[in-house]
Design a protein around this ligand. Structure first.
Ligand code: SF4
Ligand code: SF4
Ligand code: FES
Length: 362
């Protein structure tokens, strides 16, 4: 097949930057990485990019296609070529570009190291000398986080990192959750304290781009939500973000809906609220904030209260509650049937061959 590509070339030593066109002949099964190999072997040996495993394991080949981060070795080119589209290939975002598609991963590894990505053991070894066994329910909490291959695709797309390069970021925090949720680790409280500080979990803007771009299904935003829930359940709630989340829980429990108007007094205190009165009245004038008193109570508020009671009775506080929610959502998404595939039918998509439509496509 004929594949056309546009590639942003850059040389940090000269500052030269140019968008170059390439047209190559590639086999139908070619991935983007295969196409880059063809460009380098047969057209332009000066093209720089990273690769190693070619099978979505090493995390070396992160780059952007049309502005969205992907693994080059996971990106099939057949459909793109058939559509006649010419994708623009560029280096990942939020990391300094060294040359062409190669970024400097040093800031990425600095954050990775900062969260102490190793087990700090604090468990009792079984007396019989056998291995320490962890319940499946506990492993479910960190299953997705353990799949991370450190490719940086999530970091590339993180909005919070764009505005604050010091933000720990989705990859480091997902890795942090992998250890917070590990029952063998003895540093849970210390970790939660550290991750809850400045540039930590509460700085995430919840844009969900990291979930969308992660090629391994780690869902870093979900990991950050789990960290937030764990921090609150351990009483680490000094940050405004934690207070905000707590007020929303309280608010749904008491009235059945989110009382955003009361958010400022409840989270920032009376003095700060008085300072912001002018702003609040201006919002109310433009119907952007309800100031009604007493607050409206939802008709079916009992359902929200019952839900909260169930969560408490099952003791699914912190990250465990999130995992339960994930399973429930995946069952809904995949049409779960009692006694069927434990993850719900269709949870593993059938691979499709060049020219075939994906399942569900018209
Ligand atoms: S959800 Fe949070 S961590 Fe993920 S990309 Fe958005 S701001 Fe970054
Ligand atoms: S969380 Fe996903 S996107 Fe981010 S580094 Fe790990 S594997 Fe890559
Ligand atoms: S080359 Fe290893 S993940 Fe793509």
């Amino acid at each position: 097949m004929q594949v056309a590509l546009k590639i942003w070339r850059y040389d940090s030593s000269t500052g030269e930057r140019a968008l170059r066109d390439y047209e190559i002949d590639a086999p139908e099964e070619a991935t983007l990485l295969d196409c880059l190999d063809i460009v380098k072997d047969r057209h332009d040996g000066s093209l720089a990019y990273r690769k190693s495993c070619r099978m979505m394991i090493c995390g070396s080949c992160g780059m952007r296609v049309d502005g969205a981060a992907v693994l080059a070795c996971k990106t099939r080119m057949y459909d793109i070529a058939q559509e006649g589209r010419i994708p623009v290939i560029s280096a990942m975002g939020n990391l300094p570009v060294v040359k062409d598609l190669v970024v400097d991963m040093e800031p990425f590894w600095d954050k990775f190291k900062a969260i102490k990505p190793y087990l700090q053991p604090g468990y009792e070894r079984p007396e019989d000398g056998k291995e320490y066994r962890i319940e499946q329910q506990r492993m479910n909490v960190i299953h997705k986080e353990s799949l991370c291959i450190n490719c940086g695709c999530c970091v590339s797309e993180c909005n919070a990192m764009e505005s604050d390069p010091e933000f720990l970021g989705p990859q480091a925090l997902a890795k942090g959750m992998r250890f917070v949720g590990d029952p063998r680790d003895a540093a849970t409280v210390e970790r939660l304290e550290e991750y809850s500080g400045q540039h930590g979990i509460w700085e995430c803007t919840r844009c969900f781009f990291c979930n969308e771009r992660c090629p391994k299904g780690v869902d870093p935003r979900d990991a950050i939500a789990k960290l937030g829930a764990e921090a609150i359940s351990h009483g680490i709630d000094r940050d405004m973000g934690a207070k905000h989340a707590k007020w929303f829980i309280r608010s749904t429990e008491t009235t059945g809906w989110l009382r955003e108007t009361e958010l400022v007094p409840k989270t920032q205190g009376v003095v700060s609220s008085i300072k912001q009165m002018k702003f609040a009245f201006s919002l109310a004038r433009h119907s952007k904030a309800g100031l009604e008193f007493p607050p409206h109570i939802a008709k079916d508020v009992k359902e929200a209260r019952d839900l909260r009671k169930i969560v408490k009775a099952q003791d699914r506080q912190g990250a465990l509650g999130h995992v339960q929610g994930e399973h429930a959502l995946s069952k809904l998404a995949h049409g779960y049937e009692e006694g069927g595939d434990p993850y719900g039918p269709g949870s593993f998509a059938r691979p499709y061959l060049p020219g075939e439509k994906e399942e569900g496509e018209a």
